[in-house]
Design a protein. Structure first.
Length: 216
């Protein structure tokens, strides 16, 4: 059974709207900037030191900010039975979760990348360094979005889902952090893109399996 492009667009638009509803994207960006602001206070005013740790601090803040919407990405639809209803349209669960990753990236990554420009200024990064950070975020945030959706599916319906999400997402995101913080050379960017692509390819299947286990 073929899937209408209009249905795919409708599902993506629905999830993007949910991502922005209630100030979701603003909350992520606000938390990200707040976390970034704390680093200069902790490290001190030395501009050379701040510039050296800037990329790593931005990536740490991005990972922490990515945790905020995890419990709202999948759990509400599991509880409402939405996944059972969508099956009548001929959509497989892996495809639905792949579309959710796309929607989450649209709602989460562009505002985060804009906020990263402000963060670069706080750390005194020059134009070349800011461009490298932005390139790393562009390549790495799809993997981060995939991890968030998969983690949301794995923790759906569990008590203390927020804490469990942190325990699952942060260790799995370490490769993104390592290669993203070191994205000053082309080799690190290629490794970052490879890890991100692997996560994007595998996360829909993991999320679909987790949802099936909850429904069963």
């Amino acid at each position: 059974m073929s899937v209408a492009p209009t249905l795919i667009a409708t599902l993506i638009a629905r999830d993007v709207r949910r991502g922005y509803a209630g100030g979701g994207a603003g909350l992520v960006c606000g938390f990200f900037l707040l976390a970034v602001v704390l680093f200069p206070f902790a490290i001190g005013p030395d501009r050379a030191v701040l510039a050296r740790v800037g990329a790593g601090a931005i990536w740490v803040a991005a990972l922490l900010a990515a945790l905020l919407p995890v419990d709202r990405l999948v759990a509400p639809d599991v509880e409402s039975g939405w996944f059972d209803q969508i099956r009548v349209h001929g959509l497989s669960l892996p495809l639905v979760m792949a579309l959710r990753i796309v929607a989450h990236w649209i709602a989460f990554a562009p505002p985060l990348m804009l906020a990263a420009l402000v963060a670069g200024g706080l750390f005194g990064l020059d134009g070349a360094a800011v461009r490298r950070v932005e390139a790393g975020l562009l390549l790495g945030t799809p993997g981060l979005a995939a991890l968030a959706v998969a983690t949301g599916a794995l923790t759906a319906g569990l008590r203390g889902a927020g804490g469990l999400a942190g325990l699952l997402l942060l260790p799995l995101a370490l490769p993104l952090l390592i290669f993203g913080a070191g994205s000053g050379d082309m080799g690190a960017l290629k490794l970052l893109a490879s890890v991100s692509l692997l996560l994007v390819a595998g996360a829909p299947w993991i999320a679909a399996a987790a949802i099936r286990s909850v429904r069963d």
